[in-house]
Write a protein that binds this ligand. Structure first.
Ligand SMILES: [Zn+2]
Length: 354
């Protein structure tokens, strides 16, 4: 994609654009610049041309699609240009736009650089929920930098993802009523057990992803996908449809972690309990066991436990849990849910390679 550079070196913009546009917290820089252009009554390519990043206008259609397919990155001077144009301080921009963090800045040079590479350096471009847009007074789609491929707004009951295919970009969660309480259960585990709660929820989600990948025709998931207006066998549907079972399983995993004994018979007893759930859900027992065994193998050995997850000195959570290594910490919320898990597979991977 174009590597546009300012043509007039040291002669950057001196004045803010006439109409001020506020960046949203977590918005992509490209989305903000696009809205900044529209605020002035300009298309993105027209703004880029006026600011001196003029070559961009060679392929107008593509440039206008940039904010939904790629992110804009800048060098230090490019950041100063953007601050001047938007009438905001560099710090105010950085507080809102994640891609302006120091580690994402392009190499310094004599010239200001605004660059739109093909791939994002970090995260995914996911539209902001339409209810949030409305309440923030944003009149067009705003693209957010999301750690995962999807976002769920439990306030406006809307789910959005980075899919650019046909079909609706947003899903109303009112059509899949079990999903929102499941999300709240995940939040409550995080509140109760800190990082460890979030990691167990991620483990449960990963197990459910494994189940879905091997058994996509499971009736309750197909039904939910249809209710949501999603294709049942499209990986896009998986997070929406498996969340209720993942939440239930996460609670089972917490129960296991709280057991005094995790010996062979305790593990068998626990597995039998989950298998009763699976029978209710119509998840095939033999397939369903595999990821659970993988999880148990990682979690049953107390002596392998390290760190003090969920037992930090400052906020001692109720029933603090110690999980084995292999879980990423939540300190930087820049990873998708699955990556907090100790289970290695990815949603979208073929069943045979899990
Ligand atoms: Zn919302």
């Amino acid at each position: 994609m174009s590597d546009v550079r300012a043509v007039h070196g040291g002669f950057g913009p001196r004045q803010p654009l006439p109409v001020r546009v506020e960046p949203l917290i977590g918005e992509s820089t490209g989305s903000f610049v696009n809205r900044l252009a529209h605020g002035q009554g300009l298309h993105l390519d027209e703004l880029l041309t006026r600011v001196g990043f003029g070559q961009a206008s060679r392929d107008v259609q593509r440039v206008r699609a940039y904010p939904q397919i790629t992110e804009m990155y800048v060098n230090r001077l490019g950041l100063e240009y953007l601050a001047t144009l938007s009438g905001l301080s560099v710090q105010a921009l950085r507080d809102a736009l994640p891609s302006l963090e120091q580690r994402h800045l392009l190499p310094e040079g004599e010239e200001a650089v605004w660059k739109w590479p093909w791939t994002l350096r970090e995260g995914h471009l996911v539209p902001l929920c339409s209810g949030c847009e409305l309440s923030l007074g944003v009149a067009e789609t705003a693209w957010m930098i999301s750690p995962g491929r999807w976002r769920m707004c439990v306030r406006h009951l809307e789910w959005t993802d980075d899919s650019r295919g046909s079909g609706s970009a947003a899903v109303s969660l009112e059509r899949v009523p079990e999903t929102v309480p499941a999300w709240h259960q995940g939040e409550s585990l995080r509140q109760q057990f800190g990082d460890a709660g979030g990691q167990l929820f991620a483990d449960a989600f990963q197990v459910a992803v494994y189940w879905w990948t091997h058994l996509p025709d499971t009736e309750r998931w197909v039904q939910r996908a249809w209710s949501a207006g999603l294709e049942a066998r499209n990986a896009r549907a998986a997070p929406v449809v498996v969340l209720p079972e993942a939440a239930r399983l996460a609670q089972r995993m917490v129960d296991f972690e709280q057991l005094g004994e995790q010996d062979c018979s305790a593990r068998e007893k626990w597995l039998a309990g989950v298998q009763r759930d699976m029978a209710v859900w119509d998840v095939d027992a033999w397939v369903g066991r595999q990821p659970l065994l993988a999880w148990l193998q990682r979690h049953h050995d107390r002596s392998a436990r390290s760190g003090s997850l969920g037992s930090s000195r400052t906020e001692q959570p109720v029933g603090g849990l110690r999980l084995p290594g292999g879980h990423k910490q939540n300190a930087q919320l820049v990873r998708p849910l699955g990556e907090f898990s100790c289970l290695p597979w990815q949603l979208g991977q073929p069943a045979c390679s899990m």
